[in-house]
Design a protein. Structure first.
Length: 245
């Protein structure tokens, strides 16, 4: 007959797991709340680090991309012209235009700038020539500079692989005709007010694309030869055909 547990055998074994009667072991107790709080803090920290990493990647990629697009869209020659040391009255309004390819794929790049000045053309051309010489440009005395005689001052310059044409003259005071009719004449006071100052035109080209940098072709017939009445023959070798004997 088996032994029967009595009072002296000690307390009965407790089941495994948290005791519902022990404080702080319930899922909603203080210990469970602290665990949930730590877990939420870890998740927020991971999310914050992920956001910071994403923002860093965007900034690191966006800044080079911005400057790269700006470099491709903005011709550096215009930046050089912007850096010319001319007074503010000599560049009150600037309009830029560009055509051709920077890499001369078909047509080489042509940069054109139109500037309005508040002073007359003589004062304006002086400050522009001084600024060009200070920036490293050198006067270029070449034929066809300009192609034909113009009003004001027209000079040509060279620097490294570029050529520059500078034309400074009085502004055009007469408005263009309308529908083929002569333009109406403005009152003297109005015309004098609108025609003050001067206009500046700048053209910058690649030297290899400027025809004035190459040798000028000659039209001397003694060098090229001239045959106004060529002899036509069917013989490709040009030899006389022997006559039959």
């Amino acid at each position: 007959m088996g032994a029967r547990p009595g009072a002296g055998d000690g307390p009965a074994p407790r089941p495994a797991g948290p005791d519902p009667a022990e404080p702080g072991t319930e899922p909603g107790g203080p210990r469970g709340a602290r665990s949930d709080l730590r877990r939420q803090l870890r998740e927020r920290r991971r999310l914050r680090m992920a956001v910071l990493a994403l923002v860093s990647l965007v900034l690191l990629g966006a800044v080079p991309l911005y400057f790269g697009l700006r470099t491709l869209s903005r011709d550096p020659v215009f930046d050089t012209l912007d850096a010319l040391d001319v007074p503010s009255w000599a560049a009150t309004k600037t309009v830029d235009n560009v055509s051709g390819s920077r890499w001369c794929l078909q047509d080489c790049r042509l940069r054109e700038r139109a500037v309005e000045s508040e002073q007359g053309w003589k004062q304006t051309v002086t400050v522009y020539e001084q600024a060009l010489a200070k920036d490293g440009w050198r006067r270029w005395k070449v034929d066809r500079c300009p192609e034909e005689k113009v009003e004001g001052s027209y000079t040509c310059w060279r620097r490294d692989e570029l050529t520059l044409d500078l034309w400074v003259r009085d502004p055009t005071c007469t408005p263009p005709p309308v529908d083929g009719e002569p333009a109406p004449s403005a009152p003297p006071a109005t015309a004098a007010g609108k025609c003050a100052g001067s206009l500046v035109s700048v053209k910058v080209r690649n030297a290899i694309d400027d025809e004035r940098t190459g040798p000028t072709p000659t039209t001397d017939p003694s060098l090229t030869g001239e045959d106004p009445y060529p002899t036509l023959t069917d013989d490709p070798l040009g030899e006389p055909t022997p006559s039959p004997s």
